[in-house]
Design a protein around this ligand. Structure first.
Ligand SMILES: Nc1ncnc2c1ncn2[C@@H]1O[C@H](COP(=O)(O)OP(=O)(O)O)[C@@H](O)[C@H]1O
Ligand SMILES: [Mg+2]
Length: 415
């Protein structure tokens, strides 16, 4: 019987990576054909894990470079991250040093001794005169000459671009738009020029598409075909729970694993793992490694929807704020709360909700359209026959628990 160790919230690969065989296979096939890929899925679906697992499997066939742009906010940051990714690659770091000879000077000889933080400051200094795209082009030329060919995995790229577009004050200015344009055009140009020598995977948990659309730049990534990573199907999620239970010596009673999957409603891998962790902790505390449906219901209500669950939800809300900005965020929150409390957001309810808002610089229908695009893209709501509804039961229950206490459904107001 399979067994699996818990992930503890980090990305997973190797023997902690569960299934996704078909996804991995298809992903590798596309890479082998020389494609660039836009890996999209809502947060916690396993994008980083998929990239890490693919990297692990391809390490002998490609020069695999992984960069995380979560904290990057400028094109220069991205170039520095890319340069540093080459540091561990045997023999290639020399070329990077050559590229930055202007700042390294005598320092180059001692460079192996300095820490990464210092090094990135140095590299950063070498880019301060607005020459990032030139250096970036040279960097890509270096990448294109490497053997084996490069697989460049850029995680959280849309977070960086979003920051580039909005700054810390969430204002889209013509200058910021121009910066995004310059960065995306640079990336596009190099991805085309070196196609076949450098494969690029862009991945992120906030949608690239809504961010670029707001900048009027949707076309810049149309040479990156999207690869959507979906939730696990029930059988995969049940298999994962069983493998975890096997590893940690829990005996599941009365098909509780099926019930657990049913409670989640939508199997985001992280939520499956979280549910198991709570179940395991409960068993350990009781000193009884036997777990059945009654305990599962209780763990769902009190742990999954409890304080720690709320901490998870806070991340969701932060992401939403990051993409939408503070002005229209309240409308987004109300839309989600209506859908959580009433089970769906009907067109009539939406009209009633819209009446309470007014924005500077854009109409309420425009803002609504943007919100719906984002909440749909980021996996909150799905359009259906009678309006929008939550995809994940867990997310809906979380949302309801947190936001519904003073909420009056739109169509019951003023009655
Ligand atoms: N293939 C997988 N096997 C087991 N657990 C997974 C898998 N993919 C994701 N997870 C779970 O989801 C969590 C989030 O994965 P991660 O790759 O960081 O997601 P993302 O990058 O989409 O936010 C991991 O900590 C792990 O619990
Ligand atoms: Mg990730």
């Amino acid at each position: 019987m399979d067994s699996l160790k818990q992930a503890h919230g980090n990305w997973v690969d190797g023997d902690r990576f569960w299934d996704r065989e078909k996804d991995v296979e298809l992903f590798i096939q596309k890479i082998d054909e020389g494609a660039h890929i836009l890996l999209t899925a809502q947060r916690r679906m396993g994008k980083t894990s998929l990239m890490r697992e693919v990297k692990r499997r391809l390490i002998n066939r490609y020069t695999c470079l992984f960069i995380d742009l979560q904290k990057a906010s400028t094109a220069e940051d991205a170039i520095v991250a890319l340069s540093l990714a080459l540091k561990p690659v045997e023999g290639h770091w020399q070329k990077i040093k050559g590229l930055f000879a202007n700042v390294f000077g005598g320092f180059a000889d001692h460079i192996e001794e300095v820490n990464l933080g210092e090094l990135s400051l140095k590299l950063r200094a070498g880019l301060s005169s607005g020459n990032w795209s030139e250096k970036g082009d040279s960097l890509f030329s270096i990448l294109a000459g490497l053997e084996p060919p490069v697989l460049l995995l850029m995680d959280e790229a849309p977070v960086m671009v979003n920051r580039l577009l909005r700054g810390e004050d969430f204002k889209i200015t013509p200058e910021r738009k121009a910066n995004v344009d310059a960065f995306m055009s640079w990336l596009r140009k190099n991805s085309q020029e070196h196609q076949g020598r450098v494969r690029i995977v862009l991945s992120g948990s906030i949608g690239f598409e809504p961010v670029l659309r707001q900048a009027g730049l949707s076309a810049t990534i149309n040479n990156f075909p999207p690869f959507d990573l979906g939730p696990w199907d029930s059988a995969t999620a049940v298999g994962c729970l069983r493998a975890l239970a096997n590893e940690y010596r829990i005996s599941f009673r009365d098909n509780v694993e099926d019930e657990m999957v049913g409670m989640l409603g939508y199997c985001i891998p992280h939520h499956v793992q979280m549910f198991f962790t709570h179940a395991y902790d409960r068993c350990k505390r009781r000193g009884l490694m036997d777990f059945g449906p009654v305990e599962a219901g209780d763990v769902y209500e009190n742990e999954m929807l409890g304080v720690r669950g709320h901490a998870e939800l806070t991340h969701y809300e932060d992401r939403l704020k990051l993409v939408l900005g503070p002005e229209i965020l309240p409308l987004a929150l109300e839309i989600l709360t209506e859908a959580a409390v009433c089970g769906r957001l009907t067109p009539t309810a939406l009209i009633a909700i819209q009446k309470g808002y007014e924005f500077t610089g854009r109409s309420v229908p425009e803002a609504t359209e943007e919100i719906l695009r984002v909440v749909e893209h980021d996996g909150y709501l799905k359009p259906g026959e009678q309006g929008y509804a939550f995809e994940s039961r867990l997310l809906r229950d979380w949302w309801k628990k947190r936001h519904s206490s003073l909420y009056q459904p739109a169509l019951q107001r003023g009655m």
